[in-house]
Design a protein around this ligand. Structure first.
Ligand SMILES: NC(=O)c1ccc[n+]([C@@H]2O[C@H](COP(=O)([O-])OP(=O)(O)OC[C@H]3O[C@@H](n4cnc5c(N)ncnc54)[C@H](OP(=O)(O)O)[C@@H]3O)[C@@H](O)[C@H]2O)c1
Length: 255
């Protein structure tokens, strides 16, 4: 039986469903002890049940700065330093620029930009000290292009790609890589919510709305969450990839 004390530690934010759930179970299968966080305890329990290895379920709101500190303290007390951080928790909002409220704007920046920054800031010192670490932020193709009606989301994702590029340059000689994975539309509960929004706003059928999102990818379908997890695992295993925003978008956006 493996000595679990020597197994490396990964933290996945937004691990309760969608992309985060796939990433967590893939890291677990690859031999990591995986700390899982999101707000819903029930969702996290579902993810833990899909992980073959040891997990730690630590529910909380990742936009709360005190929670981020507590999260790392709890992981370090249980298992020691985090060697892989996957900053995945995120959400979108749809509105024209002129209809975007201050609250919506701030919520996007808090969740998609500031929370990954705080997690990265807390993760890096131990990684640099141990001269090994992997950080992967789940950004979006919205980190690279602008589309209508998602300006707050797009601004937050452009911002987080900038954070990734700058942090990667800072720690490039320290054995630590920092990358973003930039998916197109992925078949997850977040995209289900986008479909519902299109149905409500346009009167189109659910199938029409889903097909419209599928056709955004030149491959003609939604990306699977496992395809996104594959790209995360590549960033985790390959020490020569850093400072990148890797598109997993079926050919939609040039790198
Ligand atoms: N789906 C897509 O088409 C797509 C495309 C490009 C990029 N992405 C990005 O990929 C990431 C994951 O998306 P997904 O599609 O897997 O979304 P999802 O199915 O909605 O899952 C999002 C996860 O983030 C957690 N989360 C949300 N707000 C949180 C908060 N304040 N504190 C802690 N956890 C929070 C959710 O759990 P709780 O609600 O329980 O907290 C959930 O576990 C996001 O960053 C998203 O922007 C998604």
């Amino acid at each position: 039986m493996a000595d679990t004390q020597t197994m490396p530690v990964a933290l996945v934010t937004g691990a309760g469903r969608g992309i985060g759930r796939s990433v967590a179970s893939r890291l677990s299968a690859a031999g990591y002890r995986v700390a899982l966080t999101a707000r819903s305890v029930e969702d996290l329990a579902g993810t833990a049940a899909e992980c073959p290895g040891e997990t730690l379920v630590l529910p909380g709101d990742i936009t709360d700065p005190a929670f981020v500190d507590q999260l790392y303290a709890d992981i370090e007390a249980a298992w020691g330093a985090v060697s892989v951080l996957v900053a995945n928790a995120g959400a979108g909002v749809s509105a024209s620029v002129v209809r975007t409220t201050d609250e919506e704007w701030q919520r996007m920046l808090d969740l998609n930009l500031t929370a990954p920054f705080r997690c990265l800031r807390r993760a890096l010192p131990a990684m640099v000290e141990r001269r090994h670490g992997r950080v992967v932020v789940i950004a979006s193709v919205a980190a690279k292009i602008g589309e209508p009606y998602i300006s707050a989301y797009t601004a937050s994702k452009h911002g987080v790609l900038g954070l990734v590029r700058s942090a990667a340059a800072e720690v490039a000689t320290k054995g630590v890589t920092v990358n973003a994975v930039c998916p197109g539309y992925v078949d997850t509960p977040m995209t289900d919510a986008t479909v519902r929004g299109i149905v409500e706003k346009t009167g189109r059928s659910e199938q029409e709305a889903r097909s419209a999102l599928a056709s955004k990818q030149p491959i003609g379908r939604l990306i699977t969450r496992d395809e996104v997890a594959d790209a995360v695992l590549l960033c985790v295993t390959n020490g020569a990839i850093t400072g990148q925003g890797i598109n997993v978008d079926g050919g939609a956006v040039p790198s």
